[in-house]
Every structure is written in C-alpha cells, then in structure tokens.
Design a protein around this ligand. Sequence first.
Ligand code: FAD
Length: 511
Amino acid sequence: MELFWHRRDLRAADNVGLAAAAGTETDEADRGPAAPVFVFDPAVLDHASDVRVRRLLDGLAALRDDYRERGSDLLVARGDPEAVLPRLAEALDAERVVWNRDYSGLARERDAGVRRALDAVDVAREAHHDAVLHDPDAIRTNAGDPYSVYSYYWKKWTDRAKADPAPAPSDEALADADRLADAADAVDGTDASDATAADGGVDASPVAAVGDLPTPADLGFAEPDADVGPAGTAAARERLADFLDEAVFAYEAERDFPAEGATSRLSAFLKYGEIGVREAYAATEEAMAEAESDARPDDAPEQVEEFQQQLAWREFYTQVLFHNPEVVTANYKEYEEGIDWRDDPEEIAAWKRGETGYPIVDAGMRQLREEAFMHNRVRMIVASFLTKDLLADWRHGYDHFREHLADHDTANDNGGWQWAASTGTDAQPYFRIFNPMTQGERYDADAEYIKEYVPELRGVEADLIHEWHELSPTQRANAAPAYPAPIVDHSERREEALAMYKRARGEDPDE
Ligand SMILES: Cc1cc2nc3c(=O)[nH]c(=O)nc-3n(C[C@H](O)[C@H](O)[C@H](O)COP(=O)(O)OP(=O)(O)OC[C@H]3O[C@@H](n4cnc5c(N)ncnc54)[C@H](O)[C@@H]3O)c2cc1C
C-alpha cells in the first residue's frame, strides 16, 4: 500500500506521482495499490480566498467521483500534514507516502516538515516532478544560471524532448473504498489537528473521512459571488479538445481580442492540475501535425506554436519563483532608490470596483468579479493602469488578483504583475506605458467586451466610448450618466510615472 498525497494535481490520469505509487509507471510488482488523500492544511488555507476554496472543492468533488467510478475513493483529511500523513500511513500500513513537487517557497518549507515527520516514524517518501514539462532546475543558461529572459528560455524549452503522459492507474492499482474507510475511522477524532482550530478556522475534531468534503463555511470561507466555472478532468479535457479543434489555428491572430473568446481558458484547470501538462502538450503536438498538413493555411503552425509558447511562459515563471522565492513579496529587479509609489487608497478602491472611468480597465475589473477570470490582454492593461496611471504598488494588484482569480497561481500572477510594473524578470521597460484608451480601441474596437461587463455603456456608440476621456461633462452625462468620468488624466500620470521610475533609478527626472 502507498499513500498518494494530492495537492495541486487533482487528477488520476497523467499524474506522475500517482502512477509511481500505484505501480503503473514502474511495473514494479511491489508497488501499489495507491490510497489517494487530500489534506486541508490550515497553513495553506490561511492564504486562500472564497473563490479559490469554492474552485478547489469543485475540483476535489470531481476527483472523488472519478475514484468512486474506479471502485476507490478519496480520503479527505484536515490538519497539519506533518501530523496527519504519518497517522494515515500507519493506519493503512503504507510503506511509502508519495507526492508531486510544488515549487513555491511556502510549499517547499511545508514539504521539508513532512519529510522530517515521515522520517521520524520510518515511513519512506518520494516526490516527483509533475506540474511542468521541464523541472525548474533543468533548463539553465550555458553559464549554468537560471534564465531571466523568456525568449532564450523558450529556445531551450522548445528544443527539449517532452515526456509522454503518465499512464492512469488501473482500478486494481487503487486502494478499495472499504480499506480507505477503515483507515479514516482509525485516524478520525485523534488530536492530530489540534493546531488547526487556532489558526485555520478548521474544526479540530475530524481528521479524516472518505469522500466527505467540507463546505466552504466549515473551512471558514463564504460562497463567492463569482461563478468559478466548471472543474475536473472531464471538463478540462472537453475544454482542451474544443480549443484544439479550431480556435488554436487562429490563436496568435485572435488571442489579444477579449471579445473573441479565442484563448483556451484552461488556466484554472492547469492551476489545480485537473489536466496533466504532458497530456495537454501531446494534444498540441497533434494539432501541430494537423497545422503542418495541407488541411490548414500556411500560417497554422505559428498559431499552434504561439499557444505552446504560453505553456512555456507558465514554466518560465515557475522556474523564476523556484529560484527566487522572495519575489512573492519583493521586486525581482532592484531599483537603486526604491520606487516611491503614490498609493492613493481612493484611486486603488475605484480600480478594484471597476469605476475608473477608463472603460476597458473597468470591464476587466468587473469580469474578474463576475467570472473569477480576466482575459490576458486586459490583465496587462489593468495592471499597467494600476502601476503606471495610479502609480500604485503592484502588490495591491497582486493581492486583489490573488483574492478574486480562480486561476491564481503564485508564479504566473507574480510574474504578470512584476512584468507590468517593470520590476520583474523579463519586464517591459519602465518607459513603455500602455495608453488605456488606445488599448481599448485597438483590442475592442466595437466595444463588445466593454459593453458586456459595463452595462452603463451598453447604449453608447463605440466611438464615444473610446473617446470617453476627451468628452465634456455634458457629453458624458448625455451618453451614460451612471458611468464615471476618468479619475485621472492619463497624459499627466504618464509623465509622473516616468519621473517616479527615473527617481527610483537614481536619475534626474527633469533630464
Ligand atoms: C497581471 C497578470 C496576472 C496574471 N495572473 C495569472 C495567474 O494568477 N494565473 C495564471 O495562470 N495566469 C496568470 N496570468 C497569465 C495569463 O493572463 C493567464 O494565464 C491567461 O489569461 C489564462 O487564460 P487562458 O487559459 O485562456 O490562456 P491561454 O492564452 O489559452 O494560455 C494557455 C495557458 O498558458 C498559460 N499562460 C498563458 N499566458 C501566460 C502568461 N503570460 N504567464 C504564464 N502562463 C501563461 C496558462 O496556464 C494558460 O492557461 C497573468 C497575467 C497578468 C498580466
């Protein structure tokens, strides 16, 4: 018997650690069956949000149902994994606890504690690379350093051979549901989660159950207002198949236009690991083969490659975080004098509410609240607006995204914010500042996306919407009385932003 600890890999298929624990990957007769467990860890819940707890519970319900169809089930435990996992391993008489690596600093600290706790009771443990195609230490510059420039990283990433999807365990290679129930009974009600009541709002008494998922309220969270979307492997596969059927062949051309819905919307599935990255990549290679055939236009391979590039961005930021865990709170790029952010609370609050008077910015911020998602181009626009028009520290934006995005991923979110704030690895230069009006005009010419999320502007012609900053108060009142005037003047703020960054660089802003 082996205990398999699910964390950010809520799937049975293409799961490297699970395949090993079940003996599927190795064909070793002495491995398996695998007993799957998920642990609600109060230290992790401390950093969660209503949206992400809802999304996590939906993903876990789908995973549990998958296991039930295979005659197994999902153990659901609560408490500090250092206390819970050794107890469960003992109750199952498990030889080994197996998991897939998580590369953030916090997760690595937690895993080190679990390793020590298992060593203390002589239970073997094993960690696998699974979340990314190339482990974050594998791709380095010729001088042996981690990459900080994406384009060079991509060249090596794309040239490397990719692993095939890991085989899903057979039904026989999974612990049967009765055995899991006995183990849960043996552990349930012990004092292993004493620590949790104090800091996680997690009930102290139940430690383990089979298949019984807590409600958000049990974990100290509320139901979110946003619709977090579908969850689970079947939904992820359907989404990927739909996207690769047609949209991928126009991905590069259309991905920047938020009204087109031309991107995969796989991010939350990838974040919770409901689809394996090897499986996803292999499917893109099939699309590439079709793109290279006569059935598709000449530029089809570039379109598919552009999508593969996004998967590589995810891996690029994963390795940035792995090598620089401090970037979660600190600028990756040092500015000699530090950046003197303006940080006006009222302006930041208007940005969060989607009431800045800049239509594309407000549409994005409202999409975030409604769908726990925002289109990538619009993420870049709202992030630029916060940091370079409102001159607010990127950490305000990161925290807000962390609270509201269902796909919040420390590495990608942080990478995106630091890129926009010109403090990151492959950041855009500080003097390149998005103009939110021209961005809106270029990427949402008919204001279709804007009107979807900003109902006050629905009856207004697109031309007027894109000139909103230039209209007189009377013109605005006539066109859309309920929609605010711009809270700042972009041209003035642009100059202020340039001066702020120059000062941070130790330069004279007047030169
Ligand atoms: C300020 C800011 C914050 C962001 N926060 C997150 C976040 O918390 N979680 C997140 O997954 N992405 C984040 N992104 C990246 C990107 O916006 C989303 O991955 C993308 O919008 C998700 O939509 P999609 O699945 O349709 O993407 P697609 O265009 O279909 O891309 C496919 C997949 O590639 C990955 N990907 C795409 N773009 C990027 C990127 N720029 N960086 C890293 N990975 C990428 C994602 O896993 C995505 O699902 C952020 C970008 C910015 C500018």
